[in-house]
Ligand binder design. Sequence first.
Ligand SMILES: C[S@@+](CC[C@H](N)C(=O)[O-])C[C@H]1O[C@@H](n2cnc3c(N)ncnc32)[C@H](O)[C@@H]1O
Length: 458
Amino acid sequence: MSAPSLLSSVAVNLKATPRYQAYLTLQAIAKGAYADVALSRVLHQSPLSAVDRGLVTELVYGTVRRQRTLDVLIDHLCRQRQQPLNLRLILRLGLYQLRYLGQIPAAAAVNTSVELAKGCGLTGLAGVVNGVLRAYLRISQDRDPLPPVADPLLNLAVQESFPDWIVQAWVGQLDLPETTALCQFFNQPPTLDLRVNSLQVSPTEVLAALASAKIKATPIANLPGGIRLGPGLGAIAALPGYDTGWWSVQDAAAQLVTHLLDPQPGETIIDACAAPGGKTTHIAELMQDRGTVIALDRVASRLRKLKQNQQRLQLTCLQAQLADSTQVQTMLPLADRVLVDAPCSGLGTLHRHADARWRQTPTTLAQLVSLQSQLLQNAATWVKPGGIMVYATCSLHPDENQEQIANFLQTHPHWHIAPLPPTFPRPDLQSAQGWLQAWPQRQQMDGFFMVRLQRDTP
Ligand SMILES: C[S@@+](CC[C@H](N)C(=O)[O-])C[C@H]1O[C@@H](n2cnc3c(N)ncnc32)[C@H](O)[C@@H]1O
């Protein structure tokens, strides 16, 4: 074989490896792409086997989640202070395998990382990759190579790879062992919950269809129509009952929000932040598809997804409208109930979005708190006297939750926190103040805050 064709065959082989595909994805994320979008784009273009695709997914999400820990290790083990970004990406990938993927032999992790460096134009730095990874292995025979930090909170943030400000927000509400358990929950791959469409089918029928497709599924305790599946199921749309609208994917905590709203057949309901329709469609199902559900959202592409879900679930009582819910007033009827499932930091769903912990900052949080407050104030004007408004976030930050509601109640004297509906399935989540909070490390579900507010009758 001539030199150029030998080179090109090496390049082709490298491109066919999961580690190269993971490296490409990490490059895209480093340039600003969302992790899930970058990963699905790379997987879409690559001809990898199902097993290799699983490895790419693990490498990408794991390396992104553990980025802070890995960077502290790199800074500690690498004599070269300023590394080019591509070298750092390869070091993160290699160290991630050594530290977290016990099933990959250490020699394979080191050798493939060195080959990756050579194949990606970093031949001159392949020795650095080899040196750092071997130093990690050598030190780890005696002790953890990750240097401890004296402050327990900062140590936790480094050990579990979270920004300090997020851990600080949790330590203000939980003790250190529980905060550690919460961080560890968010570093695991998520499970998947279904919500059975009671207008189409029973949970027993869905469980039977999943069992016949050899998919492990169990009913969720104290959640009517909730079913939990294991992780790593592949394409959701290929599961039995998806096309026929038998179920929706929705975490147990998100399902509880609509039970808290407790919509009744024939009522008028407004969903202020509706797309892609997880809760709107649940509202229509609980109303037996009778009445009016007005589904507002300000993003047209997300509203299109809501309409697709509506069609798949064969629901007719929904009307989707493009609107800014901080502004819109006159075109709406007075509602029996309003849902404000607010845009939020997502600090309760960090296990589902590997890069979210690095995207949110105290500044983005403050912007969201202001938007949530405007949404609550405007949506409150849509509610009939005596009517209900449920406010919910998938955040575990007090500024978006209990502080937000305390401010609302202070500035809206004709509103109060209402008692739970008699059939609400998880009264144990209610706090002494009346709002509800699901904590992942306690309830094994997404982190959510929800509160049922009522407008006084005159
Ligand atoms: C948490 S998501 C809603 C999820 C949805 N309720 C579900 O269960 O599928 C928040 C939504 O609020 C929308 N949004 C943000 N600002 C808005 C505004 N000013 N008016 C209306 N919708 C808004 C976003 O486009 C996003 O779809």
